[in-house]
Structure formats: C-alpha cells, structure tokens
Design a protein around this ligand. Structure first.
Ligand SMILES: [Zn+2]
Length: 238
C-alpha cells in the first residue's frame, strides 16, 4: 500500500505519454494519498516545427494536473537508442534528487523504440527499493503487450478534483462523458489541454472516446464491473 505522502516520479518519453498512460492515477495519488508528483518528459519534439506548441501544451497540462515539478528535457524524438547512456544518467540524477517511492515508466514491450529505451533504463535504475510500475500506451496497428497485473480505479467523484472547476472540455466532450464524473472524466478534460495536438488530428490516441474505452476495458479486467481503471505492469523491488 502507498503510505501517506509518497513521492511519485512519472517519466515520459514524449509530451502526453504520462497523461495518457497514468494521468488519472496521478490525480488520485495526489488528491487521495497526498503524493508529491514529479514528472520528467524526455523529448519535447523540438526539432519538428509543426510541433512547436507541444512543450507549451505539456506545461499547461502539468499545471492542470497539479504536478509539483515538471521537467521537459531535450532528447531527440525517435533517437533514444543512440542517447541511452545520457538518458540513464538523467534517471540516476532524478533518483538521487527525488528519492521516489513509486516510479511510473513506459512499458518495456512497447513497439516504440523511445518508449522501450526509457523503460529499460528505468528497470536498471530503480532497483533499490523503489516500486516500479509500467503504464500502457497504445500504438497504431499493434497490440500494446502490457502484461497488466496492477489496476488503479478512477471511480468516485469524491476523491478527485472537481471536474467542473476545470474550464476546458465542455465543448469538446460528448454528453455521456460529461456526465461520467470521477477522475476518468477529469483526466479526459485535462488531456484536452493538448488542444493543438488534438486539432492536428494526428493524435487519435487523444480521442476522449478511445481513452474512456481503454479505461473501461481495464476495469472489466480488474473485475470492476461498472468503473474505469488505468492498468500497469507492476514490479515491486524489496
Ligand atoms: Zn511517446
């Protein structure tokens, strides 16, 4: 069990990965367990001029999610294999500076090479008593191969932020999602901070219908018949 006030570190290869993979869980950890939430994003897609808004949007999403710290690094998108040593060194610095109790990282079986490299570095780095969970990111045309064995329920509007206080999403979300309540709803609204990415329509993974469907399927797998969950492949190093 998470003790009160744990330090949680979520590492993402690119902007939006953390929010998609574990954004609802971070909201719950922060509100219910008073966790200190640190997020490190390793690439901001800076070399792509059409993605100029992504870093700004990531910072906006971080504000809405209430991250205690957000660090956006400058590793090159798709070139993490060539930068693996530097990535490992940066994770070591984060481990020493933040001393996290729980680390959330990508899935080592992900097909995206950047995701795999960051996951492998996390496995090597966080083996000194930290709890390490791998979150899921869906990719086009392939199964995500996450061996889910850890589930975080996102039900219960009493423990999440008040979704109505988030002044985005009303015009974008279907009515049945607006009425859903709970942190699954809050997550959907906050992810919409990536408005440029959503509007570019090159990120169908940010489709609220899809995000909700993934969380619904994971709840069924957890035997939560009516709810919503995020799923992880959990590894506890003790
Ligand atoms: Zn990514």
């Amino acid at each position: 069990m998470l003790r009160d006030g744990p330090s949680v570190l979520a590492v993402g290869p690119h902007v939006d990965d953390v929010e998609l993979g574990c954004g609802g869980s971070l909201l719950r950890f922060k509100r219910e367990f008073r966790a200190t939430v640190h997020v490190a994003v390793f690439s901001d897609h800076y070399q792509e001029p059409t993605y100029v808004d992504r870093k700004r949007e990531a910072e906006r999403a971080g504000e809405l999610f209430g991250y205690d710290t957000l660090e956006i690094l400058d590793h090159k998108d798709t070139e993490f294999p060539q930068e693996e040593l530097k990535i490992q060194e940066r994770l070591r610095r984060l481990r020493r500076e933040l001393q996290p109790d729980l680390v959330l990282a990508p899935n080592p079986s992900d097909t995206h090479q950047d995701h795999r490299v960051l996951a492998d570095c996390a496995i090597r780095e966080f083996r000194y008593g930290e709890v390490l969970w791998h979150y899921e990111i869906n990719q086009f045309g392939v199964p995500n191969r996450l061996r889910a064995n850890t589930f975080v329920s996102l039900d219960g509007s009493t423990v999440g932020p008040d979704p109505e206080s988030l002044s985005i999403g009303q015009d974008s979300l279907p009515a049945h999602i607006l009425s859903a309540g709970g942190m699954n709803y809050a997550k959907l609204k906050v992810v919409l901070a990536y408005e440029a990415m959503v509007s570019q329509r090159n990120k169908p993974l940010l489709d609220p219908e899809l995000m909700l469907a993934v969380m619904r399927v994971r709840a069924i797998q957890r035997d939560n018949q009516a709810g919503y969950c995020e799923a992880f492949s959990g590894r506890i190093n003790v």
